[in-house]
Design a protein around this ligand. Sequence first.
Ligand code: NAD
Length: 428
Amino acid sequence: MTSSPYQHFLANLHRVLDRITVPGGMRHLLEEPQWVLKKEITITRDNGTKATFPAFRVQYNNARGPYKGGIRYHPAAGEDEVKALAALMAIKTAVVNIPFGGAKGGVQCNPKELSKREVQELSRAYVRAFVEHLGPDTDIPAPDVNTNPDIMAWMRDEYEKLTNTFSPAMITGKPLAYGGSIGRDTATARGGFFILQEMIERYALDPTDVRVAIQGFGNAGANMAHFLHDAGYTIVAISDSQGGIYSPEGLDPVRIEKYKHKTGQVSGEYCTGSVCDIEKMKLDGVRHVSNEELLELPCDILIPAALDGVTTEKNAERIQTRFILELANAPVTPAADAILERRKIRVVPDVLANAGGVTVSYFEWTQGRSGEQWTAEHVDSELKRIMLTAYKAVRREAYREKLSYRQAAFSIGVKRIVEAMRVRGWIT
Ligand code: NAD
């Protein structure tokens, strides 16, 4: 069975390529990124020593428009993972039909061990390392795991200094005060929420009867928890990298957020590190769960919103949900997909479910180029229109071709990329 993230991408790609007619040369172009850029970046630590980190920018395909994709700071952000994420970005931008290709960046580091000043130095060094490959018409980064609007601002500032330009559209996910778009901070969750609401209506479910478990309480997971809670869903479990909490009666994300701010963990109301106040937990009907346990809890919707590869052939048989909405990228491996398909658990794939982030990045890029400022209402209604159009197209393709939603989304995305390569005359 395949094992690395890029091999997982290839497995999904090949399932599409085996069904549609694609010239041999194009097949080859889709199997490898156009560019895999690697650098070592060095910063001076606060204690005066030097530290060097591997840094990557992978540009998978730009047939449909400039490369587009976030930058991740994480110890596991190696070449293979960044390649897979870059390829997924190209499929995603094609599924929601916005005029971008796909790319991704990564720095293999543990940002939790770096001070704010060190993170700023690292971020500026990243831009210096890749400056000739970036730009508003070339390759447009954005935030991802452990990167945020402050980092995007430092990166834009560094880029503008190096190129002596005014370039608000060279990066997205910026702070509002420095060229950001209203709604970008919540866009990934908001886009997934629109799809989820549409699905719930279609299955004639009442949100108050729907139990949701969310793995990850960062940008994607925490915002989703708030949207769902406000709409009346019962959030039965939430976790972060330290583990999570479960309550069949439902959890309040506002309270969890408050304690996470105070203590650094979602279980902070009950636990200090791994030591928990069992009495208080019993009183509140709450129990501590590991990230692995969270995935196997009984619920109606499971939302992985942390890291990739968490649902594999090892735990897919034990998952007890009706739907999986992938806010994280690549949380379900192809082997797990096959099991979930057999078990009739409907997976809304990453390339559709979390495309709200890149969609509002597209709005931000458009605003950066035109100098316009969109209202919150305009962002929200355009995001909803794009997400639901994509969702309905995937649903139609799945129904017509008897495919899973992942295969259907890949099928739509790959066909659009292939068509762009064809009309551009890349392969005759
Ligand atoms: P983030 O850094 O804001 O949050 C990540 C969360 O995951 C944190 O709560 C962290 O504690 C938790 N976490 C880390 N390791 C974990 C583990 N082993 N088990 C459980 N939880 C763990 O990142 P984010 O932006 O929310 O991204 C989360 C996922 O969503 C990633 O897969 C990312 O690629 C994807 N995504 C994000 C965006 C976006 O706009 N932010 C867009 C598309 C996809």
